[in-house]
Design a protein around this ligand. Structure first.
Ligand code: AMP
Length: 421
């Protein structure tokens, strides 16, 4: 701050994650790591930016993300780069680059990463947000789709989030989707004049996305539109039937939603989303599905795959809304106070000694009164204060104060570590 004027703010659509918020982030990361371990997924981290073509190619040239939302720039070497607008394509790129197809398939990977999209910022929609996601690459068995969906459902259960719905659809494959899109376009041709401006463009360029428009009139039209599941080829139909059977065996409560299509072009067959029951599609917590052609599209051999990704900010919003109890993060329980300069030297030594012994402590600094130091200990929530004064230095002791009861007792320094444990 200079002269009371705030010079800099976080860029629009981005946020600082302050210490008081970190507890939610650690909570989610921990649950994600636990569930991923249970299902055999290993962590991968990829660069924040990639070759622009990777995303244009995989997400789809006509999608909102690629046409309007990418943070693309040229670096000083003239390379066209884009800040990661989603997590799947980078993982597939890494799978190919590092020859992971030589490992037993499917290769199961998960990530937690920041995602960048130039969107109009609003509640639950930011320009930088964070996703965790997981990808199982190298198997086409519908049992794998079921496992990914089961894992997702277990993850949300382990987060203690309730009132969620599991929406499911199949959007077919290279063979059966083009004829379906033709039927869809025929249907929509009758309503072309009633569609919103975006849908008029979608009708020409990306007809599948007509189905998930949020405008009321477009929604009405979409409700009666031809359904992809009625136009699946035999293999896609059999795949979908098997998947539904497995989900039944796992007692997962899914709803088939023929308007569920997802915003990225690489999906084939299975698509699914997790939505809060009341709020509907605009507040989707996460989505995923199968993407059997993506690896080949990126230059690999035909390699079926499935995955899921969810937004951490939206999960945190729901954790707060549902008042889910979040365990506190560990913080130092011991505060070291001192009276006088000589005691300060002792405090510096003592703090270091305790930390080396693995006991977290907070040291008082400056020339504050003992009262002020203890007030600080209170505000920090310390359970115990170790007080050093001149008298204590002479006798090789400290005073141990229980911050809850305010009771104090002298203790020889040699016994302090044991006492604090
Ligand atoms: P998508 O990659 O669009 O399927 O998004 C996966 C999940 O990420 C969504 O369900 C949201 O939870 C979250 N998400 C997507 N875009 C944003 C955004 N702009 N701001 C916050 N969360 C987002």
């Amino acid at each position: 701050m200079k002269g009371g004027v705030r010079l800099y703010r976080a860029p629009r659509g981005t946020s600082d994650i302050l210490p008081r918020e970190q507890v939610y982030w650690r909570y989610i990361e921990q649950k994600v790591a636990n569930v991923c371990q249970l299902y055999g997924y290993e962590r991968i981290d990829t660069p924040v930016f990639e070759d622009t073509r990777l995303f244009a190619r995989s997400i789809g040239e006509e999608t909102d993300i690629v046409t309007k939302e990418m943070y693309t720039f040229e670096d000083r070497g003239g390379n066209q780069l884009t800040l990661r607008p989603e997590g799947t394509a980078p993982v597939c790129r890494a799978y190919l680059e590092h020859g992971l197809h030589n490992l037993p398939q499917p290769v199961k990977l998960y990530y937690i990463a920041s995602i960048f999209r130039y969107e109009r910022p609003q509640a639950g929609r930011y320009r930088q947000h964070h996703q965790f996601g997981y990808e199982a690459i190298g198997d086409g068995d519908p049992a794998l789709d079921a496992e990914v969906i089961d894992m997702t459902w277990q993850l949300f259960a382990s987060l203690n989030l309730h009132h969620l719905s599991l929406q499911l659809n199949s959007i077919g494959c290279k063979q059966c989707r083009p004829p379906y899109l033709a039927v869809l376009k025929d249907y929509y041709a009758n309503y072309a004049r009633d569609l919103c401006a975006d849908c008029k463009t979608r009708l020409r360029r990306n007809p599948l996305r007509l189905l998930d428009c949020k405008q009321p009139l477009c929604q009405q039209i979409a409700n009666s539109a031809p359904r992809s599941i009625d136009h699946l080829c035999q293999q896609c139909e059999a795949h979908f039937d098997r998947l539904k059977k497995y989900l039944g065996l796992l007692a997962l409560p899914f709803t088939v939603n023929h308007r569920l299509v997802r915003g990225l072009d690489y999906y084939t067959r299975t698509v699914f989303e997790i939505q809060p029951e009341e709020e509907g599609a605009q507040s989707t917590l996460g989505g995923g599905g199968r993407y059997d052609d993506l690896i080949e599209e990126l230059g690999g051999k035909p390699t079926p795959a499935a995955g899921f990704a969810a937004g951490l900010e939206r999960i945190i919003h729901n954790l707060k809304k549902q008042n889910v109890p979040i365990p506190a993060l560990p913080r130092p329980q011991v505060f070291i106070a001192y009276i006088g300069d000589e005691a300060r030297d002792e405090a510096v030594k003592l703090a270091s000694m305790l930390r080396r012994a693995g006991i977290a402590v907070i040291e008082a600094f400056g020339n504050k009164s003992l009262k002020a130091q203890l007030r600080q200990a209170n505000t920090l929530g310390s359970r115990q204060a170790v007080i050093i004064g001149e008298e204590e230095i002479k006798t090789g002791t400290v005073i141990l104060r229980d911050m809850t009861t305010s009771q104090q007792k002298p203790i020889p320094i040699s016994q302090l570590e044991r006492e604090l444990r």
